[in-house]
Design a protein around this ligand. Structure first.
Ligand code: 26W
Length: 797
């Protein structure tokens, strides 16, 4: 923790402005103030950063490397100030200088280097790892363009490039001296030495320079500063006499590797570029780990005692053959030895059971792009098949092998090559064991384990909801900041009318703030007296934003028929991006926007329902919405949402969860008790039962439920002007084509659950008590605990 007085800060800040821009405060713009502040904060952390690295090296500490294609960091300025322990000092100092921290913060771009839950989890984890003083670092790609910027044009999603690096990035450090070379294409031939070794020779390969950009990851009020290393693809130092045009062509091709994040978290997109990206950051990362390891002067035999590599979903699964390649070809270890080390080093997390998202690469593609890696995968597969055939039947071996049907199955590679395989919530892990990965669970039972996801309470409460944090501290002190389960102390106030009314007031302030934002940005008037009902997450059919929409239409119809109906006023808040290629999801966005257009300006319903679909949902918007939420919609089809993490953020901020028994919702219910959560719908067991007997007939629900019938008809009968095209597609997907995610099946139960919410909310004392119990129960979902479990059970740090 930094010892910094306000006076010293003000001097430092003014000096930095002068040094950087030769300006004083009056002359400077917020952009310059931000850059000065950012540089200052970085300089404040640099001593701890180098000392942390020094300490790890000297003590030969085991280090974990979290390999992830995505890190959805969010803005770093305030989070770094908080973790350095100087947030209040800096804020007050700036105020003395006539400046406002929150205004300066707005200058920082929100780096969207991720799609959704998986990327944000990686960001929460690295924050927690540093906070828990664990030796763990992130490894990923420095995408020039983050996830697209979403705009709505006539209700349709339009994607614009997100050039987050345009004005530079104060947090990163380019480290050219630590660059490594990554090889693609070409041919490999093996030379046999006299001693019998096979030495691979690469011919005509394309070499790419991987340049690391390091960002300090500052622990909360401690002296640990870990590293997030993101790799950028560049042309290697130009060889003599390269033709200029050929050079430019080559440069374009190479730089495209770290150009843009794939905007897809659902559909596997078989593009060569994605495979290149995966190998690029894997090879660069593993090479740099070994280079660091060699500095300790230990033999490779001890690698697994000093290094853990974590494979975040299958995207970095090539870590397995890449480490094998380096151990075999460079370190000259024999196969069995190398394999043993590799399996002990690697661990893998599965984040989805959606089969579309399970990566498979065509053999042709992978053998052409990565010839040596493909040879190694073939050998891993050959040995697996050889051994498995002595133990299991042919079908089992066929189902579990890595290369099958002309494809390389990345999940199989990750599982066979890792000593640990985990799911991200109890239910998810159970489904992996019993269904999705049942064969592998049978083969490697001891490798499987659960690690329920978590979130950092620093970003998702202390920073984003300061009024609530302060109230909590007033009530129970600040131990919860470092020991989040201490939030349970709040339960003592469950019957304290004053505390409950304070909770109400804080929610009210946050809602006013959000309402103001919505008015400014969207021109929509919403009342903070209404119930704020929030669904924020990627747009995907399985998450069932559609179920939410159908209920909104139902309510709208009731109010049209009988404007006097006593429905509690509601604001339905959505935030969601759809993958650009995911037509159905985009149609749902358009439908929600069309219904919003109709409902929001219909005088006849007296403003009782409002729909706010915020553009460009991401970390920064989440920070605004979550503190203002009354209800948290977690309504995925049971079994489909691996965990969910917005559910945790919302409960921590006092929202009541309206949910199916899916993902971590199950564990949230365990924590708060069934009376403090509203659960509805099919269970995972029900869903699997339906699959088994094929007995779900969606059309029956359309035919037999008059309410649902009428609601669905509005999609196609002109009740919602402008909805015709998308309305027809969506209608057909539900009624004609089988309703893959049981929306119609769960409709009635959902309506009842929503009615229950309506009733509960009217009793504010009771409601605030539920909110309080939710906040009090949210501590266990801190990522501080999750990463400690990874560290102990998996990485052995
Ligand atoms: C190949 C493209 C691709 C990209 C990303 C496929 C799949 C993914 C991820 C697995 C999608 C994802 O973000 N999954 C989410 O992971 C969160 C963190 O564990 C969970 O909380 C969510 O339930 C899960 O959907």
């Amino acid at each position: 923790m930094l010892d910094l007085s306000k006076r010293k800060f003000k001097e430092d800040f003014k000096r930095m402005l002068t040094e950087l821009y030769a300006m004083d405060i009056e002359q400077s713009s917020p952009a310059e103030q931000y850059a000065a502040l950012g540089n200052l904060v970085r300089s404040y952390s640099s001593k701890d950063w180098s000392e942390t690295n020094q300490r790890y090296l000297e003590k030969e500490k085991k280090q974990a490397y979290y390999f992830s294609m995505e890190f959805l960091l969010g803005r770093m300025l305030k989070s770094n100030l908080l973790n350095l322990g100087i947030l209040n000092t800096v804020r007050a100092g700036l105020k003395d200088l006539g400046l406002n921290l929150e205004a300066i913060e707005q200058v920082e771009p929100d780096p969207g280097l991720g799609n959704g839950g998986l990327g944000r989890l990686a960001a929460c984890f690295i924050d927690s790892i540093a906070t828990c003083r664990l030796a763990g670092h992130g490894n990923g790609i420095r995408f020039k363009y983050g996830l697209f910027k979403q705009k709505f044009v006539n209700g349709y999603q339009v994607e614009l490039p997100e050039n987050w690096l345009q004005n530079g990035n104060v947090w990163e450090r380019r480290r050219l001296n630590m660059a490594v070379t990554v090889s693609f294409y070409g041919h490999v031939w093996m030379e046999k030495t006299k001693s019998g070794y096979l030495i691979p020779h690469y011919e005509h390969d394309q070499r790419v320079l991987a340049v690391p950009y390091d960002t300090p990851i500052i622990g909360y009020e401690n002296d640990t500063v870990n590293t997030l290393r993101l790799w950028s693809a560049e042309v290697p130092p130009q060889s003599e006499g390269t033709d200029y045009r050929a050079y430019m062509q080559q440069r374009k091709e190479i730089e495209s590797i770290s150009e843009v994040l794939y905007p897809d978290d659902s559909n596997y997109d078989g593009r060569l570029l994605r495979l290149k990206q995966e190998y690029f950051f894997v090879s660069a990362g593993v090479q740099s780990i070994l280079r660091h390891y060699r500095k300790m002067g230990l033999s490779m035999n001890h690698l697994a005692e000093k290094v853990a590599v974590h494979i975040n979903d299958t995207h970095p699964a090539l870590c397995v053959p890449e480490l094998m390649r380096l151990l075999l070809d460079v370190e000259k270890l024999d196969w069995d030895h190398a394999w043993n080390i590799t399996v002990n080093v690697m661990s893998y997390t599965n984040h989805t059971i959606m089969s579309e998202a399970l990566e498979k690469w065509p053999v042709d593609m992978i053998s052409h792009l990565l010839p040596r890696i493909y040879q190694i995968i073939q050998e891993i597969d050959r040995r697996y098949v050889l051994k498995a055939s002595t133990l299991f039947d042919k079908e089992m071996v066929g189902r579990t092998r890595i290369i099958e049907g002309g494809h390389v199955k990345m999940a199989h590679l990750a599982i066979i090559g890792s000593h640990s395989i985990n799911g991200v919530a109890k239910l998810h892990t159970a489904i992996l064991k019993e269904k999705v990965l049942h064969d592998f669970y049978f083969i490697y039972p001891s490798r499987f384990n659960n690690k329920t996801n978590g979130i950092t309470q620093r970003r998702w409460l202390m920073l984003s909801n300061e009024p609530l944090s302060k109230l909590i501290c007033d009530k129970i002190g600040d131990d919860w900041e470092k020991t989040p389960t201490e939030l349970k102390m709040l339960k003592a106030f469950r019957n304290d009318a004053k505390t409950l009314s304070q909770l109400h007031d804080i929610k009210r302030i946050n809602k006013e703030r959000f309402a103001e934002f919505v008015l400014q940005k969207m021109g929509i008037v919403i009342s903070p007296d209404a119930l704020f009902d929030v669904q924020i997450k990627r747009l995907h059919a399985y998450k069932r934003q559609l179920l939410n929409l159908l209920n909104i239409i139902r309510m709208y119809l009731i109010l049209k028929d009988h404007p006097e109906t006593d429905l509690y006023p509601r604001v339905f808040i959505f935030g969601a991006k759809a993958a650009p290629s995911y037509t159905y999801a985009k149609e749902i966005i358009k439908l929600i926007n069309t219904v919003a257009g109709l409902v929001n300006q219909d005088q006849a319903i007296n403003g009782k329902i409002k729909i706010v679909f915020v553009e460009n949902y991401g970390v920064s918007l989440a920070e605004k919405i979550i503190p203002a939420a009354d209800v948290s919609e977690q309504i995925s089809l049971a079994s489909k949402e691996a965990s969910g993490t917005s559910n945790m953020k919302l409960m921590l901020n006092g929202a009541v969860t309206l949910a199916t028994l899916d993902g971590a919702n199950v564990e949230i219910r365990e924590r708060v008790g069934p009376e403090n959560i509203v659960i509805f719908g099919l269970t995972a067991k029900d869903v699997y039962q339906y699959y088994q007997d094929g007995s779900y007939h969606a059309a029956n629900y359309y035919d037999n439920d008059p309410v649902l019938h009428r609601v669905l008809n509005t999609l196609i009968d002109g009740t919602i002007p402008g909805a015709e095209t998308e309305g027809r597609h969506v209608f057909d997907s539900l009624v004609k084509y089988g309703d893959e995610f049981f929306v119609l099946r769960d409709f009635q139960a959902y309506v009842e659950a929503q009615n229950k919410i309506d009733r509960l909310y009217r009793d504010q004392l009771k409601w605030q008590r539920m909110a309080l119990i939710n906040i009090a129960g949210a501590g266990v979902f801190s990522s501080d605990y999750t990463v400690r479990q990874y560290a102990t059970d998996i990485w052995d740090l």
